[in-house]
Design a protein around this ligand. Structure first.
Ligand SMILES: Cc1ncc(C[n+]2csc(CCOP(=O)(O)OP(=O)(O)O)c2C)c(N)n1
Ligand code: SF4
Length: 300
């Protein structure tokens, strides 16, 4: 983590690209919390990278005055792993939606987590596909019924009713998934509680290893869950010991509770440290010359 002595202000971190999210979209709150985190930790923006997949949330890197990579749908984690391995000094935020994380990109989460790549993965979970106009996602509740074309009512007469979608699939539990994959930092925040979210993000960035942060970030256009979360979100019990993975599982699985805070935290060597150790160890003594040459390139 490379810091700066300069006292940054939010305006220093805003890029020239203005966010085009809908009014009230939870992603604005997440963007502000990321700005606040960079400011509070005095991160040097020239050593910060923001990597995303595709979705409304995927537009995030364009709005931050730091390095950014807007990748393809679901592939943010492998891209970010490459970024971090190539330049371990960078503080890397990975951002995206619940579709990006738990549908098309779901195969990457277990491996980034178990490898413990030092990334802060912020999943803006609105329980819907926002960019593609309101289809159910893996975190949509069983009985959700959304009008996937409601934004176009009037413009496309007759379409809205035709595309009213309902689903019967049981939603995934992101916190339990991350715990099951052995992520070394697992937390949940809500974009409507910026102070709590900011504290979570700061701790996540300071954590050396894979930090999974599910942020409830409501989609005001297709599935507005602000009221639900404002009424039901509650902090994790004070007595919760975040080093206790079994207790974290129990809290994640408790029916009807919507806890926010740090469920689990455990220090272990990061992927980059382990790769550096492998490269430094003289394992190439017996390797063919071609492999030694390759390893030499990576040492430069
Ligand atoms: C390979 C591929 N498949 C499908 C799509 C279409 N697509 C774009 S964004 C998206 C889902 C968006 O939902 P989410 O990831 O939850 O992000 P949000 O827009 O809600 O922030 C889909 C299915 C695509 N761009 N690329
Ligand atoms: S469609 Fe939903 S997720 Fe996308 S910008 Fe609008 S409110 Fe946000």
């Amino acid at each position: 983590m490379i810091t700066t002595k300069v006292n940054l202000k939010t305006k220093d971190l805003k890029s020239e690209v203005k966010p085009i999210w809908c009014p009230g979209c939870g992603d604005y709150g997440v963007l502000n919390s990321v700005f606040r985190t960079i400011i509070d930790l005095k991160l040097d923006p020239s050593h910060v990278a923001v990597v995303s997949g595709i979705g409304c949330s995927g537009r995030f890197p364009a709005f931050v005055n730091a390095y950014g990579f807007h990748g393809v749908h679901g592939r943010a984690l492998p891209l970010a792993t490459g970024v971090k391995l190539a330049n371990p000094d960078l503080t890397v935020f990975v951002v995206g939606g619940d579709g990006d994380a738990f549908s098309i990109g779901a195969g990457h989460l277990p491996h980034a987590a178990r490898r413990n790549v030092d990334l802060t993965y912020v999943v803006m979970d609105n329980s819907i596909y926002g960019l593609t106009k309101g289809q159910p996602s893996p975190t949509s509740p069983v009985d959700v019924a959304v009008d996937s074309m409601q934004r176009h009512k009037g413009r496309r007469k007759g379409m809205a009713g035709m595309l009213r979608l309902a689903q019967a699939d049981k939603p995934v539990n992101p916190i339990a998934l991350a715990l099951g994959y052995d992520a070394s930092f697992v937390a949940r925040g809500f974009s409507g509680q910026p102070r709590v979210l900011n504290e979570i993000l700061k701790t996540a960035v300071l954590h050396s290893g894979f930090s999974f942060v599910q942020v409830i970030s409501p989609c005001t256009t297709f599935y507005n869950t602000y009221d639900l979360w404002r009424e039901t979100a509650e902090p994790l019990p004070e007595e919760h010991d975040a080093s206790d993975r079994a207790a974290a599982f129990q809290l994640a699985l408790e029916p009807g509770r919507r806890y926010t805070g740090i469920f689990y935290r455990h220090e272990r060597p990061s992927f980059e440290d382990q790769v550096a150790r492998l490269v430094a160890e003289p394992t190439d003594a017996a390797a063919p010359a071609a492999i030694s040459g390759l390893l030499e390139q990576f040492r430069r």
